[in-house]
Each structure stands twice: as C-alpha cells, then as structure tokens.
Design a protein around this ligand. Structure first.
Ligand code: ATP
Ligand code: CA
Ligand code: CA
Length: 368
C-alpha cells in the first residue's frame, strides 16, 4: 500500500474525511440513554468553509455523520472509546492506501496504525446499512462473538457542485464507513482467502502469488474459492470451537438472509507461527475478544512448500456485507444465467446465497 500524505492525489479528500470525523466525534453528545427509533434515522451535519490564509489544504465541504448515537453505542460495545478512535484515525492525518483490493471501485484506506479500514461505498450500500442498522445493532448486541464486520461509523462528504478540485465527475458526494481491520495490525498474514461459496471467476492466479514478506500487512495477494478447493484447505479450530464457530456462522448468515444481503465473503487470514512466537503472544491483539479466530489449522496447504511448524493462527470474519440483492444484482443474475450454471455464479438470491455460503464453509471445517 501507498501512504497517503501531503502531495498525494487523494490527500485532500482523505484529509477532509478525517477532518469531518474529528468534528463529528468532538461534537458528539455524551448521552448514554437507550436508543430510540429516531436515533436510527437522524444524522448530524457539519459545514466546513475554506479560509484563504490557512496553510492546511483549502477545504469547503459538507459532512454528514449518520446515526451518531447508534454508532457510538456500537463502538462502545466493541470496547472502543472515542479518544482511541480519534487517535488512530486522525493523530497524524496520514492513511495507507490499499492497492485496489476489489472490483467494485471502492477505495480502501488503513488508519496509520492499521487498526481500522476506511472504505468508500456505493450509495446503495449506504442505503442498505441505514435501512438495516436496527437489526445489525441488535444482532451485534446479542451476539458478542458475531463474525460480521464491525462498523464504527457511516459518513458522507459532499463538495460544492462547481468544485473542480477533485475528479469526481457529476457525483459530488462520497459515502464511506469505518470498520475494523480483521487482522491484527502487528501480524503479517502468510496467506489470505476471500470465500463466497461460488466458483465462477473465483480463482486467483497462483503464478502471481507473492512470497510472504515481513513488510506491510497489505502486500499479500488474496486467494479465492477455487484456490481453496484446489489446495484442499481445511480449518480445524478444535472440536468444541468448530461447533461454536458453525453455530455463530449460521446465526450470522440467517441475519444476512433476512436482510436481503448477498455477495459477502468469509475472509480467512492464516499466519504461520514460527519458533519465536507462541499462541499466547498473539492472543493479546485488538481481536482478543474474538477467541473463535484463534485456532490450529491441520491441513496446511498441500502442493505448496509447507511451513516448518504445524501451528498457525487463523483469523476469520464476514466482510462486504452491504450488497442489497434487490438493488444491484437482479439484472446481473439474469444476464449471467444465460451463459452460466446458476449454481456457480455469485449473484444469486440471498436465501440461496446464504445456504451455499454456509455449506461451503461447513465443508471446510473438519476435525482430524
Ligand atoms: P467486490 O465487491 O469486488 O468484492 P469490494 O470493493 O466491495 O469488492 P471488499 O470485498 O469489501 O471490496 O474487500 C476487498 C478485499 O479487501 C477483501 O478481499 C480483503 O482482502 C480486504 N478487506 C476488506 N475488508 C476487510 C477487513 N475488514 N479487514 C481486512 N481486510 C479487508
Ligand atoms: Ca467482496
Ligand atoms: Ca462489494
């Protein structure tokens, strides 16, 4: 990933995003009363005017913080206080860009300390999150071990229609959210899989596979379902943990089905432990509450050079879960079904998507 600092083409947009978040947090109310239905609908607006004499980048934009009280409660249920949140995001006003990880056109930025990810999202994804926020909130509160991505804030930044500073075309607003980095900031994943349970187009060319490095956590290539199947990968967390994991996965998938969501993935990051590391050391990361993610994977990558040790740590979570079937995917389903087998493609109705997704993961969890 590249570091976004002064002079980078996206520096000013990123700077404005962070300025907005900072104001939103600093002006947030310390109201800990219970949420009302209204709290899920409200948002707070901020206007930033440029001042000529200012040496910081010139800015003039509007900023919207969606359902601030709900997200504050969410952050607190994820054990995150405002001070640390702000510190991670804005202490240096520098973010690290992830090199175009998806096909969707979204931009991804890590906070400087790699704890958080900012993702720009499509208008329809932002609508979907607002529409389903109540159920998401309830699910998070009643399922402390949920695998579903942690959302910390949903925001919109809007520039004046005549503003030519940014290459945004006619679209002068950007929706974005802040979420957790599934992987601990201080640990390099040796291999990462993005699993949907579909097979069509789900192969990452192995020849492009970079060797695991100790540089930034951003460099490794993401493997997909067909790589997983070809390598005959299996996960074993231990027999009790496997059960807990699958039970939670089922609950999470049931929620996503209910919310008419599809196209999400299980992101699996695998880190091989070498001699100097112990499982305990790595259990004290910011994902410490996700005990489920800690495990012993027995089948290690057949056909590839095996690591010296059998012990690995495996981090898992459900990501990219804001695609509303009714909005985006109907046309794609019709189009793709004309050429391909319905069962192999990714754009299928949420009920079917969820079932196939769960089955795929279930088959990948085995005891030795
Ligand atoms: P598409 O819709 O084409 O799948 P997208 O732009 O919606 O792509 P995502 O699927 O959300 O992007 O993410 C793309 C990649 O970025 C993932 O495969 C994963 O490697 C990484 N990524 C996304 N979210 C996280 C997260 N919370 N923690 C760690 N890595 C993440
Ligand atoms: Ca995705
Ligand atoms: Ca997506």
């Amino acid at each position: 990933g590249r570091t976004i600092s002064r002079g980078h083409e996206n520096f000013q947009i990123v700077y404005n995003m962070l300025t907005g978040i900072q104001s939103a947090i600093l002006h947030s109310e310390n109201d800990l009363s219970d949420l009302t239905p209204q709290d899920f609908k409200t948002n707070k607006k901020f206007v930033f005017q440029s001042s000529e004499s200012d040496t910081t980048p010139k800015y003039s934009f509007k900023f919207k913080d969606y359902s601030p009280k709900v997200f504050k409660k969410l952050r607190s249920s994820f054990k995150l206080n405002d001070k640390d949140y702000l510190q991670s995001l804005t202490s240096k006003y520098v973010l690290n860009e992830i090199n175009s990880p998806g096909k969707s056109g979204s931009f991804f930025y890590y906070s400087r300390d790699y704890k958080y990810i900012i993702k720009t999202i499509h208008h329809s994804e932002h609508l979907h999150l607002r529409k389903t926020l109540r159920e998401y909130f309830q699910h998070i509160v009643s399922n402390p071990n949920t695998l579903i991505c942690q959302f910390y804030g949903l925001y919109r930044i809007k520039f004046h229609k005549d503003d030519q500073t940014f290459n945004l075309g006619n679209n002068k607003q950007i929706y974005f959210l802040v979420m957790n980095n599934l992987f601990p900031p201080n640990l390099q994943m040796n291999i990462t899989f993005d699993l949907k349970g579909s097979t069509w187009g789900r192969l990452t060319s192995q020849s492009m596979s970079p060797k695991p490095t100790n540089s930034t956590p951003t460099t490794s290539l993401v493997m997909k379902d067909l790589n997983w199947l070809n390598e005959n990968e299996k996960i074993n967390f231990g027999s009790r943990e496997n059960e807990v994991f699958l039970k939670q996965l089922k609950k999470d998938v049931d929620l996503l089905k209910r919310l008419n969501t599809m196209d999400y993935s299980l992101l699996v990051g695998i880190h091989y432990l070498d001699d100097s590391e112990s499982i305990q050391d790595n259990n004290t990361t910011n994902n410490a509450d996700e005990r489920l993610t800690l495990g012993l994977s027995t089948s290690l990558i057949s056909g590839r050079e095996k690591p010296k040790k059998r012990f690995v740590i495996c981090y898992v979570g459900i990501i990219d879960c804001l695609t509303d079937y009714s909005m985006v995917k109907k046309l794609e389903t019709i189009w793709r079904c004309m050429n391909h087998d319905f069962h192999s493609i990714s754009a299928v109705p949420p009920k079917y998507y969820g079932k196939r997704f769960y089955k795929f993961i279930e088959k990948s969890i085995v005891e030795n």
